[in-house]
Design a protein around this ligand. Structure first.
Ligand code: FAD
Ligand code: HEM
Length: 404
């Protein structure tokens, strides 16, 4: 337990943290990778280059300093981070390394301002937070291991199927190399995948949402080929390099973004490859014959990039499901894949929830969002303006977490 004076000391550093901003976490990561290069096997170095992980860590450290006397406020954030950590197989022995580099970063960046009293208070505060994470992550690892078909750490899987879903997305199905069962998961959760890619010095770990319904034998993910300036390392490898029969290592399913059955209507809102967790939810609804109304709102570039189009139209015949799609390109009007039936609405331009709001159960539904952060911010703002309770809006970021 921190004493009152230690709490005050930690809080006194808030202005310093705020003025340093992500320069602090950038320095931290630079320092850590220089002294502990083995951690480059664990972190996605592209997220470092883009700065998104520096921002996520900075926000977490600042939020911790601000709420050090009221940790309950951080419960949701801590749970989300712990799930992320377990998908990357972070272990208790990693925490002292991170703690050491965080304290040394404070010392190097603040010089004389970092008094021995401040150092002692922050060391104790970090230890306290590390213990919270280690405890929660230990419980999550144990829960995964105890499930039927569950496991802990890296487990070898074989690629047994690869399917084209659209111009940029392929689905991949993996079965355990040991022939055993696999652990169930909640629709919306993701797995960690670890592999080596020729030409890369470090092992690569990424997360992918499971895009099918849970079954005892396999996991399906659906991967977009990423090409922004340079081809993404893992997505392109999964598309082109990994062949049927090849092996990868998977970490057990995690994630705190998942469908919670309240026997109420559901609105799924996705853009691009953000539809993958929604697909797991839809397949689960179909299997369970979910009796409530479901609205599947999706935005993508054009019909060629619309994954699972036919599948979701067909599902609408068996569920109370309405599909809405917004194609951003309007110059593909020459190619129109006619809808199979009337539960499918095609729009053009950016997604406009307000335009169909009078058909949606704004006050009784849960809203699940996934897509680029800018898209989700806009969608959330629209929902709030339309009177949706913030507590009913849930979202997943396909990268280091960001607040909407
Ligand atoms: C919880 C979670 C769930 C996810 N679920 C899915 C999913 O279901 N499907 C899916 O496809 N993805 C999903 N992702 C994203 C996935 O984990 C990877 O981040 C994604 O596939 C890109 O990885 P990569 O190795 O191909 O790209 P990286 O090599 O990590 O590169 C990242 C991005 O940067 C771009 N880039 C490369 N070089 C540069 C440069 N010099 N300048 C600017 N940009 C550059 C790349 O094109 C790429 O878009 C999920 C992520 C999370 C956190
Ligand atoms: C108290 C200490 C820690 C804090 C406050 C912290 C905080 C965070 C946060 C906020 C994220 C982003 C979460 C998200 O995207 O939802 C994250 C991700 C991550 N953390 Fe931690 N973490 C801590 C300890 C560790 C340790 C000990 C390791 C292991 C060396 C580690 C490795 C990672 C990795 C690899 C990611 C994913 C990075 C990425 O996707 O680029 N963290 N952490």
């Amino acid at each position: 337990m921190l004493t009152q004076s230690e709490i005050e000391l930690v809080k006194s550093t808030i202005p310093i943290l705020e003025s340093g901003n992500t320069a602090i976490t950038s320095h931290f990561y630079q320092r850590m990778f220089e002294h502990n290069p083995e951690l480059k096997h664990v972190f996605n170095l592209k997220n470092q280059a883009k700065g998104t992980q520096q921002t996520a860590l900075f926000n977490a450290v600042l939020a911790y300093a601000k709420n050090i006397d009221n940790l309950a406020v951080l419960q949701q954030a801590v749970s989300r981070i712990a799930h992320k950590h377990t998908s990357l197989n972070i272990q208790a022995e990693h925490y002292p390394i991170v703690g050491h580099h965080l304290i040394e970063t404070f010392r190097e960046l603040t010089g004389d301002l970092f008094t021995p009293e401040l150092e002692a208070a922050w060391t104790k505060a970090y230890q306290q937070l590390a213990e919270v994470f280690i405890g929660i992550e230990g419980d999550l690892y144990q829960q995964s291991a105890q499930k039927q078909g569950g496991w802990q750490g890296a487990r070898k899987f074989i690629l047994v199927e690869k399917r084209i879903e659209s111009e940029l997305v392929k689905s991949l199905v993996f079965e355990p190399a040991d022939g055993g069962l696999v652990a169930e998961y909640k629709p919306g959760q993701y797995i960690g995948i670890q592999l080596s890619v020729a030409g890369q010095n470090y092992r690569q770990v990424r997360q992918y949402s499971l895009s099918g319904k849970a079954n005892k034998y396999s996991y399906q993910i659906s991967v977009k080929r990423e090409i922004i300036e340079q081809p993404g390392i893992v997505s392109n490898y999964l598309h082109d390099g990994l062949r049927l029969g090849d092996q990868v290592e998977l970490f057990a399913p995690s994630g705190d973004f998942y469908f919670e059955d309240k026997q109420s209507p559901v609105v799924l809102i996705s853009a691009g490859v953000g539809l993958t967790p929604m697909q797991a939810m839809l397949e689960t609804f179909l299997d369970a014959q979910y009796s409530q109304s479901i609205y599947n709102l999706h935005a993508c570039q054009n019909v060629y990039q619309h994954s699972f189009k036919r599948r979701n139209e067909a599902m609408a015949l068996k569920l109370r499901l309405t599909n809405h799609v917004w194609y951003q390109d309007t110059n593909h009007a020459d190619y129109k894949l006619e809808a199979l039936h009337k539960g499918f609405y095609e729009h053009h331009g950016f997604m406009d929830i307000a335009a169909i709001a009078d058909t949606l159960p704004m006050n009784s539904a849960d809203f699940y969002l996934c897509g680029p952060v800018g898209f989700m911010r806009f969608a959330k703002q629209q929902l709030l303006t339309l009177g949706v309770d913030e507590a009913n809006i849930h979202y997943e970021v396909f990268g280091p977490h960001a607040e909407l």
